[in-house]
Design a protein around this ligand. Structure first.
Ligand code: CAA
Length: 384
């Protein structure tokens, strides 16, 4: 078993780490306070190839593998989970889904624009009554001659109000749940499409989150992604990629919590010595280190599965569950080690704590990941 990175993976790690530490990290607090996503950052990230890491070069991507993708998410996640979330949606939920399910014309239309950062994408699955129960979407898609007419509402959609295009999931036969679902690709200036920004979030404040409203929104049949009835499978396969991005980003956030804690513990004096010299501090640091290493290995295992072209649902759910919980544990321990300063937004643990909290909620809660793993173990579905 070879745990070393290839020259290409090492090269992109060096490049994205430098970019994230110089361009993102010093500004993350300001963006968080302003609750604004720095749009111009995406153009630069596109130019450097970070927005299309696993997308083939013929569609404007970097043509690298899934481990390289995880490395990019880890490094961006180290600096700022808000930027990493924007990137995860763009690359994992949107681009890879178009790559897998799109027609050649759809790939040529959307992928170069998304990979370059000219366009931002969003993924419209969740609704007020369809969160964990994703097959319960109430947005309807009705056939009208050669067109489709969509009506409905989405909520908690990352990038909603800044996106140029969206993948929208809808129901063609109410009552049939996953069997009648269909997916569409649309441009957000289409008549009948409006959005509203959601504010007041605990964390990820620099990441755009919003609602989408569709009122008699008319689309040609050529906007359909995949076949009628394939919508749910498209959504689930997208989440096999999205959850991988979340897991990778959490490794970065946990590593940041650890690095900040080691530094602080070596500098902070108490009872006449650095607090790093106390066994109970070392206990917390060691636990964080084990969490970071284990989470990273689980991410790489899932990435290896993807690189082999295998179905990655189970390794991804394992990695997503573990890394999300590890990220939360590490951020919490970082606050404990920083003491009162950890409770202040002058120090990084406070933002890490708020930003990692969502990781066990979005793209499938930790409970959903465990039920997916449990179903695989037992052959029995626990969510019917
Ligand atoms: N890839 C392809 N097909 C898949 C699949 C996958 N990973 N998983 C399931 N399917 C297929 C199944 O094979 C099945 O096909 P058949 O009907 O032909 O047999 C069909 O889809 C139905 O599968 P399930 O029986 O697993 O469906 P279910 O309704 O029982 O699924 C669930 C239950 C696993 C809990 C699923 O609803 C789920 O994952 N829920 C969580 C949703 C979620 O993660 N939402 C996050 C929203 S996105 C977000 O947060 C983005 C953002 O903006 C940050």
């Amino acid at each position: 078993m070879d745990f070393s990175l290839s020259p290409e993976q090492r090269m992109i790690q060096d490049s994205v780490r430098k970019f994230a530490r110089e361009r993102i990290l010093p500004n993350a607090r300001e963006w968080d306070l302003a609750q604004q996503f720095p749009r111009e950052l995406l153009t630069d990230m596109g130019r450097l190839g970070y927005l299309g890491v696993p997308i083939p070069e013929e569609y404007g991507g970097a043509g690298l593998d899934y481990i390289a993708e995880a490395i990019v998410f880890e490094e961006i996640g180290y600096a700022d989970s808000s930027v990493r979330t924007t990137l995860s949606v763009q690359m994992s939920l949107v681009e890879l889904t178009i790559l897998k399910w799109g027609t050649e014309a759809q790939k040529m239309h959307y992928l170069p624009r998304l990979c370059s950062g000219e366009w931002i994408g969003s993924f419209g699955l969740t609704e007020p009554n369809a969160g964990s129960d994703a097959a319960n979407v109430q947005t309807t898609a009705r056939r009208d001659g050669d067109d489709w007419v969509l009506n409905g509402q989405k909520v908690w959609i990352s990038n909603a109000t800044i996106a140029d295009m969206a993948i929208i999931f809808a129901q063609t036969a109410p009552g049939t749940k996953s069997k009648g679902m269909v997916a569409f690709l649309l441009e957000t200036d289409t008549a009948g499409y409006t959005t509203r920004k959601m504010t007041g979030k605990l964390g990820l404040r620099a990441s755009d989150t919003g609602e989408i409203f569709m009122e008699n929104l008319r689309l040609p049949d050529s906007a359909r992604l995949g076949q009628v009835g394939e919508g749910f499978k498209i959504a689930m396969s997208a989440l096999d990629n999205g959850r991988y991005g979340v897991a990778s980003g959490c490794v970065g956030a946990a590593q940041h919590a650890l690095d900040a804690s080691v530094k602080y513990a070596r500098e902070r004096m108490a009872f006449g010595k650095p607090i790093a010299g106390f066994q109970l501090i070392q206990d917390m640091l060691a636990q964080m280190k084990v969490d970071v290493e284990a989470a990273r290995l689980l991410v790489y295992q899932a990435g290896w599965t993807k690189n082999q072209g295998q179905v990655s649902t189970i390794p991804v759910s394992i990695a997503k569950y573990f890394a999300a919980e590890a990220g939360k544990r590490a951020a919490d321990a970082a606050i404990q080690i920083h003491g009162g300063y950890g409770f202040s937004d002058e120090y990084v643990p406070e933002r890490l704590w708020r930003d990692t909290r969502v990781a066990s909620l979005y793209e499938g809660t930790s409970q959903i990941q465990k039920l997916i793993i449990g179903r695989d173990l037992t052959g029995i579905q626990a969510f019917e």
